[in-house]
Design a binder for this molecule. Structure first.
Ligand SMILES: Nc1ncnc2c1ncn2[C@@H]1O[C@H](COP(=O)(O)OP(=O)(O)OP(=O)(O)O)[C@@H](O)[C@H]1O
Length: 341
């Protein structure tokens, strides 16, 4: 649906050149939510702006719905842009227009008759849960409500692609979750393909099917969210994953835990499939050992369990070894050492 083939973008400044993108290749499939994550300056916004030709690539091809966007004529470009909705971090609403006015604007541009505009605005407001806000002005809305209007406006002309530029970065965690749920609903109910950029791994974990990790203008890793989480290849990706798993122990916390747990500590890593409790209780019961879960978290990721637990196994060394051996048939088990961070 959207394909980047060896795309580079160089910005030429008076005194130097900036390689914003270098030979980026990725493809977003119809109907999926594809996330691009990277730190500030990685090239994410530039990548997004190339899709509807707000920027032109210096090299390479961008294909949207089988059409090479760099080759299309101005009239086709207007059509292309109508089929791609855009959601912004800062909402980009008209402050002097009501919510109704903001949503009616793209429909007026598309020359829809008034009655159809009224009906479509009503439908959009219902979809984003703001039926009672038609007459409010943006300044009377919360950040989350403004973004709902932003999403409704992006959907006005029934696009088949939605591109989201840090859509939740200006929002608090709870509102972020609401907006992510809304984006998921957009994807599922309207079958709209979503390409989003973010610097928050939580966004990727919550709603994306596939992910590309960018650094210094390059894609350094890409794949299904599960595969990238389960098997990160680069330090940058590992750091992003760490930011959401919250399962790394600081040396200080580890020494605190050791004060209270004299048994041997093991990290059990779950990468899909196994369920945590039965695995542990079965193995420990069989060998008559006690256990304590002392730290960690297990999350659901694309329908599978993902995360790690630190458990204390309490008993004679021999028995502990047997339990570890048994656990290793289902999950990855590592003894926790003092320099773990
Ligand atoms: N119009 C421009 N002119 C010159 N340099 C630019 C321009 N736009 C982006 N850049 C540079 O290209 C690089 C990539 O920027 P880009 O905005 O795409 O990154 P990003 O990952 O989206 O970061 P951020 O989240 O901070 O926007 C940066 O070094 C940036 O300074």
């Amino acid at each position: 649906m959207i394909k980047f083939e060896q795309v580079s973008k160089i910005f030429t400044l008076p005194n130097r050149k900036v390689n914003a993108l270098e030979k980026v290749s990725l493809s977003v499939k119809k109907g999926e939510i594809f996330g691009v994550i990277g730190f500030s300056g990685a090239g994410k916004s530039t990548l997004l702006r190339l899709v509807n030709l707000l920027e032109r690539p210096s090299e390479g091809r961008i294909v949207v719905n089988d059409q090479d966007v760099t080759q299309i004529r101005p009239k086709e470009l207007r059509n292309l842009r109508r089929r791609i909705g855009m959601v912004f971090q800062t909402f980009n609403l008209f402050n002097s227009r009501t919510v109704y006015g903001n949503l009616a604007y793209p429909l007026k541009l598309a020359k829809l008759p008034k009655a159809q505009i009224d009906a479509r605005v009503k439908e959009l407001l219902q979809f984003v849960g703001l039926e009672d806000k038609a007459d409010s002005y943006p300044e009377q809305l919360s950040g989350g409500q403004k973004q709902r209007v932003g999403i409704a406006r992006a959907l006005a002309n029934s696009p088949d692609i939605l591109i989201c530029d840090e859509a939740t970065s200006a929002l608090d965690p709870e509102t972020t979750e609401d907006i992510l749920r809304l984006l998921k609903k957009v994807n599922e109910e309207y079958q709209i393909t979503i390409l989003l950029i973010t610097h928050e791994m939580n966004v990727i974990r919550s709603i994306c099917d596939r992910v590309a990790v960018m650094e210094n203008g390059r894609v350094i890793e890409q794949g299904s969210v599960f595969d990238v989480f389960a098997n990160p290849q680069t330090k940058t990706t590992k750091n992003f994953i760490r930011s959401v798993l919250n399962d790394q122990l600081s040396p200080k916390l580890l020494s605190k835990i050791r004060e209270h747990h004299a048994g041997r500590l093991y990290r059990l890593v779950f990468r899909g499939g196994a369920t945590s409790e039965p695995v542990l209780s079965r193995a420990t019961r069989k060998h008559n050992l006690d256990y304590n879960i002392v730290y960690g978290s297990i999350n659901e990721l694309q329908g599978a369990l993902f995360g790690s637990l630190i458990v204390e196994l309490i008993g004679a060394d021999d028995e502990v070894n047997k339990v570890v051996e048994e656990l290793r048939t289902t999950v990855e088990v590592r003894e926790v050492v003092d320099h773990e961070s």
